[in-house]
Write a protein that binds this ligand. Structure first.
Ligand code: ZN
Length: 465
């Protein structure tokens, strides 16, 4: 019994017999109290400076700690050295402390105490990310696997070096047993990566595709990040999210790749009046050359950082093509059927003054399905023969276009027009004005493109005048 209790009883006795009843009740209360809360010295269990509960003896904690350590050791299979936390007892003079029994103490330690064992810490980017491993070998496995994965599927490339872009270190030392992870789990975590939040403000002339390409994203990926944006309706100043998952570690691979490339041949043009303007003739056939180019390519997680040519070997030199290019022209001043020798007179010329600048047939830019005639915009265009208008509208590269069906499988086409004088279904007679020449559709300047179509195939018009 402590001092206070003794003095209290002394006081009761001094009050004499009439106060006896009152004293008895007080003592009864005190005894009840003493049974519930120990009045003897107790010990506070203090973990990292914080009182967690009371126990009756300091040795109880030592025993409980030893048992907890043994349990952790068995569960982890690790050689546990010490607890990470400071666990101690402090003598407590508190009167009314409820005490934990051994089982409650064991539960407390199990919950609050972390154990340390010799292992290793894998640290990325000066400790931004830290991973505990059981052994240095286990940590090394993570690093080796990252490098191995980065150099897999490189084909014929020669790997020059494999490094980590971030500072990566592996250091032996005590680690928290609860934080130890297997190499495969750490690998997954590193590869799963972190969200890298980035936005891009749309600039003039940029397309959705360009932005995706410039940021190593596919159009699909970019669309997923910006589901509210319509790619065709990008606006200057609009913000686009580029947030994506980046691995925690970037593996930088430097490799040498040798590829065969084509050396394009050049073409030399020589003017000649012996050919009509627009006509050309290949004098020396050109051919492309071949070279073997070795690049040194530096990549981080698969995207190219640097690429430079380290070696170039020409396998075959290119041959320059020499082409004679026509400057000549034919002058025909009448649209009568007989003015051009060689024609059969079926058709008359579509203009009153007919000068061919580009004949029918193969030319440098491909096959020319008609003849081009000099015509300023607005020049009257005449039907080459009587017939029925079957087209009088815009028609793809022909621009404003008229087609007249003359019957017997013969049609004529008048293209790049600036205006129409007829509509579909109109009957026209030979020499009747049907439209005005122009520069519409796929045309590089005002002219009339005239075609003769026989049973669906174009023919050289000059044979029909
Ligand atoms: Zn043409």
């Amino acid at each position: 019994m402590n001092n206070l209790t003794a003095r209290f009883i002394e006081f009761i006795e001094k009050q004499g017999a009439k106060k006896y009843l009152l004293g008895s009740i007080a003592v009864a209360i005190l005894i009840t109290f003493a049974c519930t809360f120990s009045l003897s010295t107790s010990y506070a269990v203090v973990i990292d400076g914080k009182t967690m509960g009371q126990i009756s003896s300091a040795t109880a904690l030592n025993q409980a700690m030893a048992a907890a350590k043994e349990k952790a050791q068995q569960e982890s299979g690790m050689e546990i050295t010490s607890s990470y936390n400071t666990v101690e007892t402090k003598i407590n003079h508190s009167l009314f402390a409820s005490k934990m029994d051994n089982q409650e103490l064991a539960v407390l330690l199990d919950e609050k105490v972390e154990w340390l064992a010799p292992g290793a810490t894998l640290s990325v980017n000066n400790g931004e990310y830290q991973f505990a491993v059981a052994t240095e070998e286990e940590g090394q496995k993570v690093l080796d696997q990252l490098k191995k994965d980065a150099t897999a599927n490189l084909g014929d490339a020669v790997v020059k070096s494999v490094d980590f872009q971030e500072e990566v270190s592996l250091e032996a030392g005590n680690v928290k047993v609860s934080e130890i992870q297997s190499s495969s789990k750490i690998l997954d975590e590193i590869k799963a990566g972190k969200e890298e939040v980035k936005t891009h403000v749309v600039e003039e002339g940029e397309s959705f595709w360009m932005i995706a390409n410039n940021n190593d994203l596919s159009v699909d990926e970019l669309q997923k990040l910006n589901s509210d944006i319509v790619p065709e309706k990008l606006q200057i100043g609009q913000e686009i999210s580029l947030t994506k998952l980046e691995p925690l570690v970037s593996v930088v691979v430097t490799k040498e790749v040798t590829v065969e490339e084509t050396i394009a041949h050049s073409t030399e043009y020589k003017d000649t009046s012996k050919l009509l303007k627009g006509e050309s003739k290949v004098v020396t056939k050109g051919s492309d050359g071949k070279k073997k180019v070795t690049y040194e390519v530096k990549e981080a997680n698969g995207s190219t950082l640097e690429k430079e040519v380290v070696k170039e070997v020409v396998v075959a030199e290119p041959v320059t093509e020499v082409v004679n290019k026509g400057t000549g022209s034919i002058q025909i001043s009448s649209r009568s059927a007989s003015s051009y020798s060689g024609g059969n007179g079926t058709l008359s010329w579509p203009l009153s003054n007919n000068k061919i600048t580009s004949p029918y047939g193969t030319r440098s830019r491909g096959f020319h399905s008609g003849i081009d005639l000099v015509a300023k915009t607005g020049t009257p265009v005449y039907a080459s023969a009587g017939g029925k208008v079957v087209l009088s509208s815009w028609y793809y590269g022909y621009g404003n276009c008229i087609v007249v069906d003359h019957g017997n499988g013969l049609k004529t086409r008048y293209a790049h027009l600036s205006g129409f004088n007829v509509k579909v279904g109109d009957k026209v007679s030979r020499g009747q004005q049907i439209g005005r020449s122009g520069n519409t559709g796929n045309s590089t300047g005002p002219h009339l493109h005239f075609e003769v179509i026989v049973n669906g195939s174009t023919k050289n018009p000059v044979n029909y005048f």
